[in-house]
Ligand binder design. Structure first.
Ligand SMILES: Nc1ncnc2c1ncn2[C@@H]1O[C@H](COP(=O)(O)OP(=O)(O)OP(=O)(O)O)[C@@H](O)[C@H]1O
Ligand SMILES: [Mg+2]
Length: 465
């Protein structure tokens, strides 16, 4: 793959130069930046063409490579990032992975190794270019939070694959949406997507629903029935609520997955199919395996690639976005006008724990928008359950989470300094109040030495210091 734009971010000009030379020789267009800040500002100003791959050093003066990767992939979620580090330690590798970096390269590196890594990254990135556009934008699967970005990223990475996927996540977190998105962005998108909900079909009918039956196979089988596996031949089968599958069927399913062949119920001829399976469950399959209620070998066959949909409480920052989306949908109904939520309502909805996740939020928005008398939804319009729960569940960690999320969304940085200072100030004030301003005693209560407390009082500008 040639002629791609590659960004190289390193404050070590000699390394940047070497990379530039090697990649230019491969036929690429290299843009060099000496800092993460410079790269980011070019991304905003669009001064340079957008990268197909970015290589970045970790340790630079100013923003680190990780911060840069996290910020850049917010606007280019599908961009492969190669993190370069002089320290080939496990921690950086794990960190690189956690930050969604594509790969990491240990300095000093071999030029060959570097160019082949870039090549691999390019293959992925170019293969996906249209995939992620479809996903978050017109997908109605919304989420700007880091956990959702991760979901989008995995969907993107899977877009060239036909492997089976297991989607796991609590009820109402969007597993079905994810399954559809994987399908729509897959090489089989023009072939059928057939869905079957294992939990919704009585177990005595499930076998024939999945595998079909021949005429006369059982009482009431008046004609041949083609099952979902055959309907999905060449395409994708979405097996929802897989954890509820009865044991006998698990064995048959395993056989289809490994051999691609099965018999219809009452049938003598083997049927061959080529089906990609996307399975979903909100159950703890490992636990079911341990209890002997789910076949371990089937679990492993399904779990080759697994994807986790995050609970809504772990992505509270997305709540306003989702509310707005649901309100807009409702306003499309004839005669409806678009409603809004007051800031207090948003605040309450953002601090609730949402055990039913997005589905619960969606239902609540529907209900409230119907019941609220004005176009602005007020606190009085909210159902009482929300408040009762809030007192029990939301502690100071929830409040802190909310504050931190809000600050991050408004673009603030250095949270450890600002919120850390607030945290320390609060504890100091509590201890000082408890001891009526006696520093020695307050220091003991806090678990600090007296000198540390004096220094902190000064630093934080608390009176008494
Ligand atoms: N990220 C999202 N953006 C917009 N709507 C969402 C999102 N996630 C879920 N929803 C909506 O929430 C509802 C529940 O989603 P879905 O049915 O996919 O969840 P699920 O994980 O399959 O739940 P269950 O385990 O109960 O089957 C749907 O109406 C879906 O459109
Ligand atoms: Mg579902």
């Amino acid at each position: 793959m040639k002629g791609e734009t590659i960004w190289v971010v390193d404050d070590d000009t000699s390394i940047a130069w070497v990379l530039d030379k090697a990649l230019t020789k491969e036929g690429h267009h290299v843009v060099r930046f000496e800092s993460g800040e410079a790269a980011l500002s070019s991304l905003v100003s669009k001064e340079q063409p957008e990268p197909a791959v970015m290589l970045s050093d970790i340790r630079m003066s100013g923003m680190t490579g990780f911060e840069l990767a996290a910020r850049v992939t917010r606007s280019l979620p599908d961009l492969p990032v190669i993190i370069m580090t002089a320290f080939g330690d496990l921690d950086s590798a794990v960190d690189a992975y956690k930050h969604g970096a594509f790969e990491y390269l240990t300095k000093p590196f071999d030029i060959k190794e570097m160019t082949s890594l870039v090549d691999r990254a390019l293959q992925k990135s170019v293969g996906h270019s249209d995939a992620l556009e479809v996903t978050p934008a017109n997908r109605l699967m919304l989420g700007e939070s880091a956990p959702m970005q991760e979901v989008f990223r995995i969907i993107g990475r899977l877009s060239a694959s036909e492997m089976n996927v297991l989607i796991r996540g609590e009820s109402g977190t969007g597993k079905e949406l994810v399954a559809e998105a994987i399908f729509r962005n897959s090489p089989r998108s023009s072939k059928p997507l057939v869905a079957i909900n294992t939990a919704a079909i009585p177990s005595e009918l499930l076998e024939s629903e999945l595998f079909g039956h021949e005429k006369g196979a059982f009482t009431g089988a008046h004609s041949r029935h083609i099952g979902r596996f055959e309907q999905a031949d060449g395409g994708t089968l979405f097996l929802d609520e897989i954890g509820d599958m009865p044991a006998g069927l698990q064995t048959r399913l395993l056989r289809v997955l490994s051999e691609g062949r099965f018999y219809r119920v009452g049938g003598r001829d083997e049927v061959s199919v080529n089906v990609r399976v996307i399975a979903a469950t909100n159950q703890n399959l490992e636990g079911l395996v341990e209890d002997g209620r789910f076949r371990g070998d089937l679990f492993h066959r399904l779990n080759v690639i697994s994807l986790q949909t995050p609970p809504l409480r772990d992505r509270r920052g997305d709540i306003p976005l989702l509310i707005n989306h649901f309100l807009s949908n409702l306003s499309r109904e004839p005669g409806a006008e678009k409603k809004h939520c007051s800031p207090e309502v948003l605040q309450i909805l953002q601090s609730y724990s949402w055990p039913g996740n997005v589905r619960e939020l969606e239902n609540l928005v529907k209900r409230v928008s119907v019941l609220s008398p004005s176009t602005m939804v007020q606190v009085e319009d909210l159902p009482k359950e929300l408040f009762g729960e809030q007192i029990n569940v939301s502690g100071w960690q929830d409040a802190l989470m909310l504050t931190a999320t809000e600050q991050l969304q408004s673009g603030q940085q250095g949270l450890m300094q600002t919120l850390g200072a607030t945290f320390e100030t609060t504890l100091i004030n509590a201890a000082m109040a408890e001891t009526k301003g006696h520093k020695q005693k307050a220091a003991i209560l806090l678990g600090w030495g007296r000198n540390t407390l004096t220094r902190k009082l000064k630093q934080l500008g608390i009176s008494g210091g």
